[in-house]
Design a protein around this ligand. Structure first.
Ligand code: NDP
Ligand code: 2IT
Length: 446
């Protein structure tokens, strides 16, 4: 059930942004949680804070021309949606994937506003990317693309203005090329303008691991709140990129066993537990496909186009992409005894899947809470850059763990306060919204 006035806001968002289905989905999910908030705070409706939150402060679209190794010309579309700067500079990743369009970047930017608020750090929300497919491209092609992308975007960035980082298809290599071009154009060593940098040139220890580690720490907190533990649990992690790899690593450190991971081509099932050294070799060193895992690990099987959610597990970490886990998949997980789901990816579970989890009493950690460890550690990187300092791995990891505990506690307590105990979707949406809305109202009609 959704408040009538909020439903009219959603209708307006849909009319104003035709065809942007993922954006509509993310707005509806947040606004569906806000009924009890506007009942208590009518000023947020009167001052049109909710309408303002749904309209980005600025949207930048630009041409990215580049040449491949054979000399052929290519044109891609770059974009950056600067969604909300009430709490701090726009902050959020860049995604390079052929599916990228404005609706996807807006859903990601919208989620980012509330996620960043939940971290307790002074960062606003934004997101960007390009419909560029990095698969099969050489290092020099990636470099030329990144340089062309930054040659336009640099004018909109700054450590106090907008601070991008990685997302799908953008990792340490791409951040290096982007930072190099920013530095060259501006003649400034402005470390705080991008996060996810290499540790030799202004990056922070733990940033690479932070999203995956954080999603597992969030699952552990949800389990502990129910008197359970991750130790001894069988787990499944979709994807095999940055988030997935470090979700597997932290699960194994905490005594769980991850028996499956995936990519967009298929699923690896290894009942002995995923061999992380081998997976890192394939993904981080060779930049290969996970189908090659089974050639080197006899206990594993590979299913082309398989569905990872059919593999029985106690805890699931969807860590690939949006809407990768459907209502059908959620029913399969529940039937196989899954007790917790922690989203490493952004909006990986469809609304139908989320309903199935809630009805079955599964502990469900939505991405904007569960995967906030990545951006929180980006903010720790900005903090180190601003003070020209660098912290140890263990100190930074302790900070991350503290932030994840605090996000869990905030979501848990807020859900209870607003009459939805155990519902982390309500808890995260309400707590994140209250922080941003209160700041926006205080800043006047801007
Ligand atoms: P990577 O590019 O490192 O890895 C992405 C993984 O997801 C790959 O295994 C990829 O498979 C798979 N994948 C991507 N798109 C699709 C698709 N359309 N269908 C099926 N599989 C797909 O990205 P990250 O690990 O950084 O990001 C994963 C998710 O986590 C995203 O939702 C991102 O928004 C979210 N996230 C990332 C954060 C970060 O710090 N990096 C922080 C918070 C959230 P393939 O190689 O076949 O494409
Ligand atoms: O979705 C996300 O939170 C990210 N891709 C990380 C953003 C960041 O600025 O570190």
């Amino acid at each position: 059930m959704i408040d009538e006035k909020l439903e009219s806001v959603i209708s307006e968002v849909i009319a104003r942004n035709p065809g942007q289905t993922e954006f509509h989905q993310s707005v509806r999910e947040v606004l569906e949680s806000l009924g009890p908030v506007v009942a208590k705070h009518p000023e947020f409706l009167d001052h049109k804070v909710i309408e303002r939150i749904c309209e980005p402060e600025r949207q930048i679209l630009f041409r990215v021309p580049w040449q491949d190794d054979s000399g052929e010309f290519h044109i891609n579309r770059g974009m950056r949606v600067e969604f909300n700067s009430a709490l701090g500079p726009f902050k959020g990743g860049l995604r390079f994937h052929p599916s990228v369009n404005l609706g996807i970047v807006k859903f990601l930017g919208f989620e980012q506003i509330f996620k960043n608020a939940l971290t307790g750090m002074p960062i606003g929300g934004g997101k960007g990317g390009a419909n560029f497919d990095p698969k099969g491209r050489s290092d020099s092609e990636i470099m030329r693309f990144c340089q062309s992308f930054m040659t336009e975007l640099y004018r909109h960035l700054g450590e106090y203005t907008d601070v991008p980082a990685g997302d799908i298809g953008v990792g340490g290599r791409e951040i290096g090329y982007l930072f190099g071009q920013y530095k060259r154009i501006t003649n400034r060593y402005e470390s705080g303008v991008l996060t996810g940098k290499g540790i030799e040139w202004g990056g922070a220890l733990v940033r690479t691991e932070a999203t995956g580690y954080g999603a597992v720490l969030f699952a552990q907190e949800m389990l502990r709140a129910r008197g359970e533990d991750l130790d001894g649990r069988t787990c499944v992690v979709s994807g095999s990129g940055n988030v997935a790899i470090y979700a597997i690593e932290k699960t194994h450190q905490l005594g769980g066993k991850v028996v499956a991971c995936s990519d967009s081509s298929g699923v690896v099932h290894d009942p002995d537990g995923i061999d992380l050294g081998l997976l890192k070799q394939i993904k981080e060193v060779e930049r290969g496909r996970i189908s090659t895992y089974v050639e080197r690990k006899p206990s594993a099987t590979y299913t082309d186009r398989g569905c990872i959610w059919d593999i029985p597990c106690d805890v699931a970490f969807p860590s690939a992409t949006q809407n990768e886990l459907t209502g059908r998949d959620a029913k399969a997980l529940v039937a196989n005894g899954c007790i917790a789901v922690s989203e490493g990816a952004n909006m990986p579970s469809t609304p139908e899947a989320v309903d199935v989890f809630h009805e079955a009493g599964v502990a469900f950690g939505p991405g904007k809470a569960a995967n906030a460890g990545g951006v929180a550690t980006s903010a720790l990187e900005m903090q180190q850059n601003a003070s020209r300092d660098s912290w140890s791995f263990s100190y930074t990891e302790d900070r991350l763990a503290e932030i994840m505990r605090s996000i869990h506690a905030t979501c848990h307590a807020t859900a209870e306060e607003y009459g939805a105990p155990g519902n982390y979707v309500m808890g995260a949406n309400i707590a994140g919204f209250l922080k941003v809305a209160t700041a926006m109202d205080a800043l006047g009609l801007v």
